[in-house]
Design a protein around this ligand. Structure first.
Ligand SMILES: Cc1cc2nc3c(=O)[nH]c(=O)nc-3n(C[C@H](O)[C@H](O)[C@H](O)COP(=O)(O)OP(=O)(O)OC[C@H]3O[C@@H](n4cnc5c(N)ncnc54)[C@H](O)[C@@H]3O)c2cc1C
Length: 320
């Protein structure tokens, strides 16, 4: 007989492992599928200082494996596999992965997001040769060289501050004249001598020979074009949800994010979403964890009662 899980979770980030922890703790037959490594975007966070319970902060590369350790200790099964497609066989959700088929009664999609790209000449060509989305991974390669960071949010300033440890100078290039980043990061950035801002400016091209050598900039107010010599460009201009495998089955908003109610339920009975991948997500570690817990509790309730309607009438229930 084909094995059918109670709950399958797609994605091994904070949202996915929290959901897995709750599901396993409730003795559900639960499996988490991750295509790369435990932690997801956590692995891009050099030093996390806003996750409660860690007054001295915690490194992302430490938290990532701990998430997996915690959930597997409670009984969560984890498989390294990429989900490529989803279809429904009545109430059973059938996942096509690069390691075979997986069937489940309830599905929690916690597949997060990936970095948005600029779509300019040179960006793809120089990826890994000076174009990067990870200061912690690549910053040291550019010691004593000037680098540019593109973006104006938390991730951009966080990464720019980290890069000041290595680079001779860091220029943050932002298309507006105000930042979205939190005040603490703005204060730190403004107090850092090695870091300066280039306001109202967009990058039109990334150029070089074997590796990045310069970027072409345009002032959005005057249209004036200039060039800046840099050894690397770190791009943080937003995120794109990893939802391609759900298309035409689960309702998405115009940005491709999964639409859910407050219990993380989609319009399809038994399919839930948690973390950065869902609409209205605050895109923080703690909110991703909260989503994961909520989604697991709602999935458990669905398994127990078969009910699928929005509301706040949660009643505690178990898988077995
Ligand atoms: C540079 C940077 C710094 C940040 N710093 C902070 C910070 O200091 N504090 C904070 O609170 N937040 C921070 N954030 C935000 C935080 O990292 C995210 O909000 C959070 O990690 C999202 O977790 P998630 O579980 O929803 O998704 P993710 O962490 O993105 O996890 C999704 C997982 O799903 C996997 N996946 C995707 N598609 C598939 C598929 N088809 N099959 C199988 N697996 C799949 C991915 O490989 C990934 O591991 C930062 C983000 C960045 C980029």
């Amino acid at each position: 007989m084909t094995h059918i899980y109670d709950i399958v979770i797609i994605g091994g980030g904070v949202a996915g492992f929290t959901a897995g922890l709750y599901a396993a703790r409730d003795r559900c037959r639960a499996l988490l599928l991750e295509r790369f490594a435990a932690g997801g975007q956590v692995l891009n966070c050099e030093h996390i200082e806003n996750y409660p319970g860690f007054p001295d902060g915690i490194a992302g590369y430490t938290l990532g494996p701990l998430l997996q350790q915690h959930a597997t200790k409670l009984g969560l099964a984890v498989q390294l596999a990429e989900v490529q497609a989803l279809h429904l066989e009545e109430t059973v959700k059938v996942l096509q992965t690069d390691s075979g088929e997986v069937r489940t009664k309830a599905l929690i999609v916690a597949s997060g997001s990936r970095f948005a790209t600029l779509g300019i000449p040179g960006e793809e060509e120089f990826l890994g040769k000076g174009v990067s989305h990870c200061a912690a991974c690549d910053g040291a390669f550019f010691s004593d060289h000037p680098v540019a960071v593109i973006g104006g949010g938390d991730a951009a300033l966080d990464e720019a501050l980290l890069l000041t440890r290595y680079a001779s100078h860091v220029t943050v290039i932002h298309r507006r004249d105000t930042l979205r980043a939190c005040q603490l990061l703005q204060e730190r950035a403004r107090a850092t001598q090695k870091l300066t801002f280039r306001w109202n400016t967009v990058v039109r091209a990334i150029e070089g020979n074997e590796r990045v050598q310069r970027i072409l900039l345009e002032d959005v107010k005057t249209g004036q074009q200039t060039s800046m010599n840099v050894a690397a460009v770190f791009i943080y201009i937003g995120l794109k949800p990893n939802t391609e495998f759900l298309r035409h089955l689960v309702p998405l908003n115009e940005r491709g994010q999964i639409v859910t109610d407050l219990w993380m339920r989609t319009a399809i009975p038994g399919i839930l979403a948690a973390g950065d991948v869902r609409h209205e997500s605050a895109r923080q570690l703690i909110t991703a964890a909260g989503d994961g817990a909520t989604a697991a509790l709602a999935a458990i309730r669905y398994l127990r009662t078969g009910e699928w309607h929005a509301g706040n009438d949660y009643v505690f229930s178990r898988c077995q």
